[in-house]
Ligand binder design. Sequence first.
Ligand code: EPZ
Length: 431
Amino acid sequence: MTKYQIRGGNQLHGTIEISGAKNAAVAIIPAALMVDGVCRIENVPQISDVTLILKILRELGANVQTVNRTTIDIDCSHIRNRQVPYELARKIRASYYLVGALLGRFGWAEVPLPGGCYLGGRPIDQHIKGFVAMGAEVDVRNGLIYAQVPGGGRPAGGQVYLDMVSVGATINIMLCAALANGMTVIENAAKEPHIVDLANFLNSMGADIMGAGTDVIKIRGVSRLRGGSYSVIPDQIEAGTYMAAVAAAGGEVLIKNVIPKHLDCITAKLVEMGVDVEELDDAVFVRRSGPLHRVNVKTMPYPGFPTDMQPQIAAVLCTAQGTSVLTESVWENRYRYVEEFRRMGARIQVDGKVAVIEGVDRLTGAPVQACDLRAGAAMVIAGLSAQGVTEISSIEHIERGYETLVEKLAGAGADIRVLSVPDKEVQPQVG
Ligand code: EPZ
């Protein structure tokens, strides 16, 4: 077993380069399944969620070749298997994009229910509503999602109004609709940067998608998608995580390879807290030298403050002057990490979707656990600003979404390393 060990107190200085966006890559790779020909995908992050989704594609018969560290070629011209393996699908949320991709291309899909971080209930009713609107029959039983166009052939176009803004449903419906017979309209669509990135990828392969990035997306189905090359956008949340790390630890860091516009919602809160953020063409320069001020934060779909930055901003607010109020409005249960913060001396009370954080002068290092991906990133931020040593276990959650996190932070002066713990020292968890 491995852990991260952080000796807190070092300010961060230097440059951190941001990788390709996880949530764009895990949608674009399943989309390659719909393409007849070779897709060259650049700026692919080296994270375990990407490794998993590529493994699933290989199991289905895709030819995946590594061109260099961040570039892959995927050829799905000869898909021989359409049954997604359970052991792989259950480990990752994005495996459910294979329903949209397989249904769109072949009119038939059989995919195990997905995994991913536990954030409360994660229903898929809006995905199903979309597939049904496109003429498919969908059944969820025995842990599998079965979707099929009755009588064979591809889905038809359809009109879908999403009951809530859902990233996953918008992506899945867009995938399925790209090769459908006719026009599909998604209303109340999600507007996250990775929705636009997926639409740009599909359009560059010959799809006809308009309006991505607004709340109405129109997809005119085409008969075939052809190969081509595409570069994944930089990761908004990875960039935001390092911005929050500088805010918590102090110092000044140039965060490179970002789209500053995507960071506006995060920048605005950090500036309100007293952090200097300077936007450059494809970088942001973040500096924190003075005290942090309290703020209130409410998570919202894009362009609001991202729920995937909620635990990280909470880590910063733990040492801000005054009392901050955090409201989670996307997920029903995204405060499981609070118990871990309390071990480090944080003062946080949670009541339903609201967390009240009373800033303390200093957190203190402690053994803590990464209970999910972003909670794990938040533990790292808390450890950087804490006095003493923090050891974070269950780091496999963090490695699902952050490429070379230890190297990036150590390169900016953090005292962080990976510790190997012999298995016999690992105590079984009780309760
Ligand atoms: C995506 O999850 C991201 N995952 C999540 O990031 C992110 O937290 C979330 O979007 C919100 O931004 C990926 O892109 C792989 P949703 P997704 O469908 O698509 C409800 C991370 O840390 N809902 O937008 O699963 C749902 O319960 C991960 O990188 C339904 O009720 O999220 C939630 O309350 C964690 N029915 C809300 O909508 C549905 O059919 C938003 O969920 C679908 C969703």
